[in-house]
Design a protein around this ligand. Structure first.
Ligand code: ZN
Length: 151
């Protein structure tokens, strides 16, 4: 395993959209393992592949102190109810912003073994998952402030 250097704002790669993963190859599995190590080393709670320079729809998150790999994640349901929470980002060091997101979500993804995973969650974990999906679409917390204003 290896720790990879994290891309920081304003690196233009962070604004690009990541591509769907067609096949879970040994390279993808290795990337996922390195991302887990990188996330843990940096004491993060989530990391998207684009943050280590790979434009692939792959992210890792900490759920109850255990790392989980999510491939091609999709939000299939969102609550209308929103909640604002302070968020930081390993790609925007030193910045902490209050971001409004859906309070609860349902997500589908593939695990490292290619099996379908369904997650239904709310509050902090729902925010983390939406934050990481934003990365796959090239959106940073800084962009959300520009789009919607601070409230
Ligand atoms: Zn982030």
């Amino acid at each position: 395993m290896a720790i990879i250097e994290i891309k920081k704002y304003p690196d233009p790669i962070l604004s690009r959209e990541s591509a769907e993963i067609k096949e879970i190859t040994p390279e993808i599995k290795k990337l996922a393992e390195d991302m887990i190590e990188t996330m843990e080393y940096n004491q993060g709670v989530g990391l998207a592949a684009v943050q280590v320079g790979e434009l692939k729809r792959l992210m890792v998150v900490q759920i109850k102190q255990k790392p989980l790999v999510l491939i091609n994640p999709k939000i299939i349901k969102k609550t209308k109810e929103t909640e604002a929470m302070e968020e930081g980002c390993l790609s925007c060091p030193g910045i902490c912003l209050e971001i409004k997101r859906a309070r609860g979500i349902e997500m589908e993804a593939l695990g490292k073994d290619g099996k379908k995973i369904k997650i239904k969650t709310k509050d902090i974990l729902a925010h983390i998952l939406q934050h990481e999906i934003d990365h796959l679409d090239g959106i940073l917390i800084i962009d959300k402030i520009n789009l919607h204003g601070v409230n």
